[in-house]
Design a protein around this ligand. Sequence first.
Ligand code: ADP
Ligand code: MG
Length: 375
Amino acid sequence: MRLNTAAMRYLSSDDFRVLTATEMGSKNHEVVPTVLIAQIAGLKGGSGVGNCISELAKANLIARVQNAKYDGYRLTYGGYDYLAVKAFSNRKSIYSVGNQIGVGKESDIYVVANETGRKCVLKIHRLGRISFRSVKNNRDYLRNRTSASWMYLSRLAAQKEYLFMKALHQNGFPVPEPIDHSRHCIIMSLIPGFPMRQLSSHEDPSSLYSSLMSFIVRLANHGLIHCDFNEFNIMILDDPESDDDQFVVIDFPQCVSLDHPDAERYFKRDVDCIRTFFERKLGYVSEDYPRFKRDVSREASIDVDVQASGFSKKMVKEFEKALADSRENQNNGEAVDEDGDKDEDDNDSDDDSDDDSDDDSGDNDDNDDNDHENV
Ligand code: ADP
Ligand code: MG
């Protein structure tokens, strides 16, 4: 799903009020009753709200839902995107939106720029994009309602990633600089490099290998396991300053605390991913690799710091459960996208999307100035 910047500039302030009212109403209602939207928006005059609602629905920022009990509207991904990008724009974190450089199953990545022309990355979390059942096609919708709605899940994912990235950056880990956060979106620095997946040879694989393994151990010593430490989430820098400074690690929503009951297994899985990649792609095999019990000893507690800074234990639990439920739905073939269309490609879109990001990620400096849309 593309970010629609066209509607951004053309909403009237009343339209924006009604959009915000729909978002507020969504906190307690999966489908927000039309009367509630009108009440929250507090607009004077009867037809005003109706006009705003039809403008917003035309722009696909909200969608009408009819069910047995009442008619109402829900915020679409487009509407949620709008609210986040508008917040960034008001805070001057971004000025224009450029090319999409990555699309995963659970996120869309855009190059954006601020007023000074500095290029950054906008990551839009899209959890539940394909597992969330459509209202249109599912009459049991309200009965099946769980807290695992796409909006809630995606917001938790962004919040978690932002807080962890901030703590890691402050502790000197090679991660993007987190710049701003709103709803399901994050702004971070643009890494001048490419995913490690594109490496087919390396002049000194042993130095890269040992830096990556040191990263895993140092992260664990700070209380965290990445849990998705693979060639897609390691960016190789175009112009590294030194051997110790060859890569940047991205993509943190699934990381867990060292105290997680499965920490040892996740640690080993991260280590094994790197060993397998080096063996298969670079022909490099080493018997020297970190072991959880032998090599990890806690020196710091980023896991605990992040909990204290806003991502509570309860949120961790909710998020992990919701993530597991969402993934289970996907595996059970309940792939229905936000518009309610069964999307048969979605279940195996992984490879395609990775290829997309590969093709484009080397071209960050291309002519995307021309393609930037002001917001
Ligand atoms: P997902 O959760 O969908 O895997 P990622 O955070 O891994 O999302 O980002 C997907 C792709 O977008 C990456 O593989 C990379 O090519 C690109 N990307 C993400 N963040 C950055 C960044 N800060 N700088 C440059 N490219 C990025
Ligand atoms: Mg990734």
